[in-house]
Design a protein around this ligand. Structure first.
Ligand code: AKB
Length: 316
């Protein structure tokens, strides 16, 4: 029988939304949010919350025992841009937090794990268009190397120890309610904020940089759906390609201009350009669509309408 759910890294961009969604499905008291520190007091007080350092095995184990946790969502990680600035810590956090939960599952203390991977597992030698599920993978960022290694370990723990671990390669994620931190795709969130605040945006990627992206509503639904799918449907135990849309800074600008004709953009590529250039431009996610019926809902224009509506309402 399913016990409580623990979200590690619940205060981050995905964790915050995921906590709300899982609480609406399974009940507030059954979903334990945790993070290395208490951030937004409103969020922290909205349900059970524990301070947990994802690098501390004993802390994770104590919370699991305290709440009779069966399902863990490990969302704590350093993203691509931040990881390049602190490679040793990124490797430590991204790998050892994963080993902790995999080992807890191996020991029979938890039943199911969600662990996010990323399009960053691909690299400059990967086919860029419609990147297949199985292809050349030579990531050139610390973040990508950690995610690719993590995928291998997930599959290994599943094959050797029967650990029920499920994973998605998230593209860039865009949401109105929570800000991202330290990613290369973050411009696609910031641009909406700056459009409403200043009517102009200075982009750190060049205008033709095409990247795979997804609206947060779709990403959260995918996460819930892969975890709810019968175990036999999850045929890939490394991580699933997942896709919704792909666009360039120029195209997102055009989409915003449909609502705000005076909006302007300038371009000043920085170190993140090289990271973006090493990633796929679009993703083939037919395995996710076949195995557990994945279907996206939001395209670029639908996302822009929803983002601008919510951000304008929030500002009032
Ligand atoms: C990042 O830009 O680092 C992340 C990702 C694509 O995993 N959003």
């Amino acid at each position: 029988m399913m016990g409580a759910i623990l979200i590690i890294g619940a205060c981050g961009q995905i964790g915050t939304e995921l906590t709300k969604k899982l609480r609406s499905i399974y009940g507030t008291d059954n979903v334990i949010a945790s993070d290395v520190r208490k951030t937004d007091p409103e969020f922290v007080e909205s349900g059970p919350f524990e301070v947990v350092n994802a690098l501390d095995f004993n802390q994770i184990e104590e919370v699991i025992e305290k709440y009779n946790v069966t399902d863990v969502y490990l969302m704590a990680a350093l993203l691509s841009a931040t990881a390049e600035k602190n490679p040793a810590f990124a490797w430590d956090l991204n790998m050892n937090s994963l080993f902790h939960v995999l080992n807890l599952a191996k020991a029979g203390k938890i039943e199911k794990i969600f662990w996010p991977s990323s399009i960053a597992v691909f690299g400059p030698t990967t086919p860029k268009q419609n990147t297949p599920q199985y292809t050349v993978m030579e990531p050139s960022t610390v973040y990508g190397i950690s995610k690719q290694s993590g995928e291998r370990w997930c599959e290994y723990y599943h094959n050797l120890y029967g650990v029920d671990v499920r994973s998605i390669r998230y593209p860039g994620l865009i949401s109105w309610s929570t800000l991202p931190g330290g990613g290369t795709t973050d411009y696609a969130v910031d641009i909406y904020h700056k459009a409403l605040e200043n009517g102009t945006y200075n982009c750190f990627l060049s205008e033709e940089t095409r990247l795979p992206m997804m609206y947060m509503d779709d990403a959260i639904r995918a996460t819930v759906e892969i975890m709810q799918a019968p175990a036999e449907n999850i045929k890939i135990r490394s991580s699933y390609n997942l896709s919704a849309m792909d666009f360039t800074p120029k195209e997102i600008t055009e989409s915003i201009k449909k609502h705000m004709p005076d909006f302007t953009i300038s371009y000043e590529p920085d170190f993140r350009q090289k990271i973006a250039d090493s990633w796929p431009q679009s993703i083939d996610d037919s395995s996710a669509r076949e195995d557990w019926n994945w279907k996206h809902e939001f395209d670029l224009d639908a996302m822009t309408t929803d983002m601008l509506e919510h951000l304008s309402a929030k500002a009032e």
